[in-house]
Design a protein around this ligand. Structure first.
Ligand code: HEM
Length: 367
């Protein structure tokens, strides 16, 4: 403790650390009626950090070569001490990241925090969602199993339905006419370098924007600030008399992270194979198409939509329109009201949209 005090003193003399702590931690005030949904962003930060650490550890033994990738993953699972644990944490963690991301997005939707002045928070979040989907898709190929090979073949095939440039894009992604060693090289580079760097940079922008607007007051309970800010000039949402971020809200964040960890480790230890269909245990064979190849659970609705329509291009266009609508939501839904029960049209559309997504996913799973 004395050593820490001395270090703090040493830093304070050099960089005025006390002022930074007072401004960014103890003096950074959050609304008094803040709830646990606001800690999902910190849970996401924690998951991303865990994915980076487990991914780096996997890189020590993984070989990105079509002839060796499957065996190298088998070696990690069966021979490297605790290799199975690291791999399971990484594979289960990628699914959890999408799950928590969707919950974070839903909480932002229901509490109306995407509304003015937080349009940019929403847009950067939306790009983060796309990048997280892309990192999952590219990671799926790396074990070079039957599942990896054929799921990637199906996913890249659907890009071919785009008029004019579709076929070019498919070959660009694959590095040839078929999924093969060149696809593995490309997806590996995207998965371990380009996309993680993009996600890290965007998280930085997302948090910077959050600091510039100030965190929103939840539309429930006794609010300390007005939820109806519609002014024209820049306005930082202060919360006078609010809860200090450190130590108070950090403890709430840590409680949510601990609950998440308990759930995550329960899946890792007791049922990690819930995310692994049987084709994940067979090496890739380009000459043998397995009977039932399905994408991961969060792509099932997209997969089923492509199957419903008579032509793939209509399926792609419908999905493109739905995604564009979601991305531009803060510019379409411009009313100031944020309480979900006072926004009946929004609530009805969101709940119906959610049910449609779940219904399509279940249909995709059993089709
Ligand atoms: C890797 C992904 C993400 C990370 C690490 C992240 C992190 C965070 C953090 C730490 C906060 C502040 C606390 C909170 O409200 O939870 C936040 C707020 C916010 N996030 Fe995210 N987020 C991510 C993805 C998304 C996505 C996908 C969306 C929506 C499309 C989104 C929209 C927002 C909005 C609008 C806020 C402002 C909330 C407010 O001020 O009340 N974020 N995010």
């Amino acid at each position: 403790m004395i050593l820490l005090d001395k270090l703090y003193e040493w830093l304070d003399v050099r960089i005025n650390a006390r002022e930074v702590v007072a401004r960014e931690l103890t003096g950074y005030l959050l609304p008094r009626n803040i709830n646990a949904w606001y800690s999902l962003g910190s849970v996401l930060l924690f998951i991303f950090a865990l994915q980076v650490v487990s991914g780096i550890l996997l890189l020590i033994y993984y070989v990105p070569d079509a002839d060796k990738a499957f065996t190298s993953v088998a070696t990690i699972m069966n021979q490297v001490p605790f290799g199975w644990l690291i791999r399971m944490c990484h594979a289960v963690g990628s699914n959890m990241m999408v799950l928590v991301l969707l919950l974070h997005m839903l909480s932002v939707l229901f509490m109306g925090s995407y509304k003015r002045p937080r349009e940019l928070n929403w847009l950067t979040g939306f790009i983060l969602l796309s990048l997280v989907q892309a990192i999952s898709l590219t990671g799926y190929l790396l074990p070079w199993s039957q599942l990896s090979y054929w799921a990637t073949t199906v996913a890249t095939n659907s890009v071919g339905a785009i008029p004019v440039i579709g076929q070019f894009l498919v070959e660009f992604l694959r590095g040839g006419k078929q999924v093969g060693p060149h696809t593995l090289g490309r997806f590996f580079a995207l998965h371990v370098a380009l996309i993680p760097a993009g996600i890290a940079a965007l998280i930085g922008v997302h948090l910077f924007l959050l600091k510039r607007t100030g965190i929103s007051s939840p539309p429930f309970g006794r609010s300390d600030t007005s939820n109806h800010w519609t002014g024209e000039s820049y306005h930082y949402e202060k919360h006078p008399g609010g809860i200090p971020f450190f130590p108070n809200y950090l403890l709430e964040d840590l409680r949510s992270i601990s609950l998440y960890l308990a759930f995550f480790l329960a899946v890792v230890f007791f049922n990690p194979y819930v995310f692994f269909p049987s084709a994940a245990f067979v090496p890739a064979n380009p000459y043998l198409t397995p009977a039932h190849i399905k994408p991961e659970w969060y792509f099932l609705a997209n997969y089923q939509t492509l199957k419903i329509f008579p032509s793939e291009i209509i399926g792609l266009a419908v999905q493109g329109l739905a995604m564009t609508f979601l991305a531009l939501l803060p510019f379409i839904d411009r009313g100031a009201e944020r309480h979900p029960l006072k926004r009946p049209v929004f609530m009805t559309c969101t709940v119906l949209g959610l049910l449609l997504w779940i219904g399509l996913s279940i249909w995709g799973h059993y089709s």
